[in-house]
Design a protein around this ligand. Structure first.
Ligand code: GDP
Ligand code: MG
Length: 595
């Protein structure tokens, strides 16, 4: 039977899940009664937030021109944090539907994913969606798509104009997928090579890998070998997605399906790894395998220290389905026990935190995110550090490095000035600007990752009235003089408030933090000095004034000397308090400082 393997490349909200629903209906893959919107988005969180986190593949049967076809669709996650997963699903297919919302135009991530798709030799089928909307700019979007394809040395026979909502143009689009996307080359004589593009954990069966079989074939009861993790096991079950799992006797070259390998830890069956057989080993794994690398770090505490074990259980459970989640225990004098955690990016972090709160009912405190720095010691050793508490004594340090990223911002030209102003507020190097169509510009920038992980995206959205979009890829590490900035309250160092900053930004950062603390710190009986310091040298300071207790209240009339006596007594009292002064920082105040 004729197979077509394809993905849909689209920005969040451009209608990918809705289009997939129409395909499922058209191919009668799902009983009308069972049909609910965004069928392939199975996690509650995905439905609520309307974003696709995990790819849910599906196999459909479709008859055109009296010929039956097998269509395998992989739904890809759209956000920057998951771009590596997207690149793996692109490697598992021969074609891509490029879906663009006619009212929004092309967005930065779409360009990035399309570029990868073209590089990997995929056939592109462009479609303009939401043509039913009154604000649809169909012609302009068509021009943008054309220019973009030309700039990538790619082309397409036609650009579809569809409405995933009303169903207009969907049948022609699917017929074009069958016509344009090449059937996979089927070589079942070669040793097995199955590319893992996703894996999920099942309580009974362990890790279930989602694979594209590129060469060879696999049936249950075969000894298999994971070429990246070097893990050996036996295939227990193989099958396809309908979209629920359906057992098959075998999978062969060209197929997309699943393999149950009796593996209990998801790190042993990583996305991007290649499965082969023990008896007849492939010589080369599928190219492009990468170990998932967390790039953003933060420490998670529970508000009640007693919930620490619950947090551990919850993280372990989430880890079963997410090999890229990293955590290790850490403790802080103020905040108690917690977990230092690593994420692929800010959205990944947000999703994990939301799931911990929602699915595990945990009350959490989270420190502000940090990148991973490289520290080269005079002793010749090299360390990766993301927590100020790990930072070595400056006298031992030879040099420090921080991660950079290629940043791509796409914006309508009228916001160009705003975007350039925003970019001036962060460190970085301007590369170039280019037009995509008439209504959109792309700005290429090189930036330190630390400067775009916390609030840059929000600022970009604000400064472009929501029209700007961004995409970044982690690039190389570059040398930068990184220092540990300590925060002192009434002369005491508060370790939870220390942070790693570039020396050139230390002063302004220090001032910002000191001001913030002054604002949120509850007043004490005595004035509190708030200092930011590097290696004992104060670089910024603020003073939180003492709480004013009106000791003269109740003393009416002219008894001036009594009033004076009272005030003098208070002054002495304050002095004594100040000498003993100890600032209690509760966790709520700490959180306000982190925000
Ligand atoms: P995804 O994030 O790309 O998966 O986008 P969804 O499929 O979840 O769609 C985002 C929103 O756009 C939903 O509210 C859909 O109902 C809506 N939508 C999708 N396609 C169309 C369309 O063709 N016309 C209109 N008017 N709305 C659409
Ligand atoms: Mg979706």
């Amino acid at each position: 039977m004729d197979i077509r393997n394809f993905v849909i490349i689209a920005h969040i909200d451009h209608g990918k899940s809705t289009l997939a629903d129409r395909f499922l209906e058209l191919t009668k893959s799902i009983d009308k009664r069972k049909m609910q919107e965004q069928f392939l988005d199975q996690m509650d969180l995905e439905r609520e937030r309307g974003i696709t986190i995990k790819m849910q593949p599906v196999t459909m049967k479709y008859e055109v021109n009296d010929k039956e076809h097998i269509l395998n669709l992989i739904d890809t996650p759209g956000h920057v944090d998951f771009s590596y997963e997207v690149s793996r699903s692109l490697a598992a297919v021969e074609g891509a539907v490029l879906l663009v919302d006619a009212s929004k135009g092309i967005q930065a991530q779409t360009v990035a994913h399309l570029t990868t798709a073209v590089e990997q030799g995929l056939k592109i089928i462009p479609a303009i969606n939401k043509i039913d909307l009154p604000g649809a700019q169909i012609e302009e979007t068509e021009n943008e798509i054309l220019e973009l394809l030309i700039s990538l040395d790619s082309d397409a026979e036609r650009i579809h104009k569809i409405s995933a909502k009303t169903g207009e143009g969907i049948e022609e689009l699917l017929a074009d997928v069958v016509k344009t996307v090449p059937a996979p080359r089927i070589d079942i004589k070669k040793p097995l090579r199955a590319l893992i593009f996703d894996s999920v954990y099942d309580d009974y069966q362990g890790v279930i890998t989602h694979v594209r079989v590129l060469e060879g074939e696999i049936s249950p009861g075969t000894d298999i070998f994971f070429m990246g993790s070097k893990e050996k096991s036996e295939s227990k079950e193989v099958g396809i997605f309908s979209p629920q799992r359906v057992k098959r006797k075998k999978l062969q070259a060209g197929d997309i399906g699943y393999i149950v390998g009796g593996i209990k830890e998801i790190e042993k069956a990583n996305i991007g790894d290649t499965i082969t057989t023990v008896k007849n080993k492939a010589t080369e794994p599928v190219a492009g395998y990468r170990q998932p690398q967390p790039v953003v770090f933060s420490t998670i505490f529970t508000k009640e220290d007693s919930a620490f074990e619950d947090l551990r259980d919850a993280l372990n459970k989430l880890k079963l389905n997410d090999a890229s989640l990293y955590f290790e225990p850490e403790s802080s004098p103020v905040l108690g026990r917690g977990f230092k955690s690593g994420f692929l990016g800010m959205l990944h972090m947000e999703i994990i935190l939301e799931r911990l709160r929602r699915e595990y009912d945990l009350d959490l405190l989270v420190t502000s995110p940090s990148v991973a720095y490289r520290v080269y010691l005079k002793s010749g050793e090299e360390e990766t550090i993301f927590s100020p508490s790990q930072f070595p004594d400056p006298s031992e340090i030879e040099k420090t490095e921080e991660p950079w990223a290629h940043l791509r911002v796409i914006t309508p030209p009228e916001y160009m000035n705003n975007v350039m102003k925003l970019l001036k507020t962060i460190r970085g190097e301007y590369a170039d600007t280019e037009y995509i169509g008439k209504e959109r510009m792309r700005i290429n920038y090189e930036v330190p990752l630390a400067d775009i992980i916390s609030d840059f995206y929000d600022n970009l959205k604000n400064t472009t009235s929501g029209y700007g979009s961004m995409f970044y890829e982690i690039a190389e590490y570059r040398e930068e003089d990184i220092v540990k900035m300590d925060i002192l309250l009434a002369g005491d160092e508060i370790p939870a408030l220390s942070r790693l900053v570039p020396r050139e930004k230390a002063q302004s950062e220090g001032r910002k933090v000191a001001e913030k603390i002054k604002e949120v710190l509850p007043p004490e009986q005595f004035a509190v000095a708030i200092q930011a310091a590097i290696g004992g040298k104060v670089i910024a300071r603020e003073t939180k004034s003492a709480m004013r207790k009106d000791v003269t209240a109740g003393l009416y009339g002219g008894d001036y000397s009594r009033k004076r006596k009272q005030l003098e007594k208070q002054k002495k009292g304050k002095k004594r308090l100040k000498e003993q002064g100890n600032v209690e920082l509760d966790s709520e105040t700490l959180m306000k400082i982190f925000q």
